[in-house]
Design a protein around this ligand. Sequence first.
Ligand code: AMP
Length: 216
Amino acid sequence: MMALLFGPPGVGKGTQADLLAKNGRFTKFSTGDMLREEVASKSSLGYQITDFLDRGVLVPDNIISTLAQQFIENHTKENILLDGFPRNLNQAQTLTDDLKAMMLSLDVAIEMHLDEIELIKRLMNRRYCPKCNKIYNYVTNPPRKDQLCDICGTALVKRSDDDESVIRRRLDVYDKETRPLVDYYVSHSIYRRVDATGSQETVYRKISSILDAHIN
Ligand code: AMP
């Protein structure tokens, strides 16, 4: 079974994908996490993509689609949750074609929705652990000890792209490049929309009930 979680930056898709992966129901494929890890490793690919991340624009499709294809090929027997991929129509079409070649298909594409003012507020207060990737929010989900990860005690950091001008660009990129996925997946009859207002638990329950209907 394969599901996609998409939505604007700050909507909480990474947090929800982590919760679903933690409960062992899904293997998560997060392009954002994978790209940040690549940058942190200082690999040559990391150097190539740093600039795209810092500017808040999309990394080229060929890099993303190759990473995705490799991941899916290695996890065909698991329930896969795609977090933040595909991010535009070209990536979506490539994914459809790649899956077809593997006799697979995407079962459901869930868009998480939230008001723009709330998105900006969440992004400005977001921090993450650079070691285990756990996401926190100083307003809605603060760490137990000030600025330290609950799991590994590492000092939390602000993502370099969670800066106000970059946030605005990322929201624009979402509108122009990612929002067209709504019509694409409506036309494939697998689109669902979830209101992401409310607590993590409330949103988790809504997403879970959609996913449950697709898991055998
Ligand atoms: P995220 O963690 O999902 O907010 O992604 C952070 C950044 O990684 C984005 O602003 C993009 O620069 C890049 N990125 C993540 N996923 C993709 C993707 N599927 N295609 C292109 N760029 C991506």
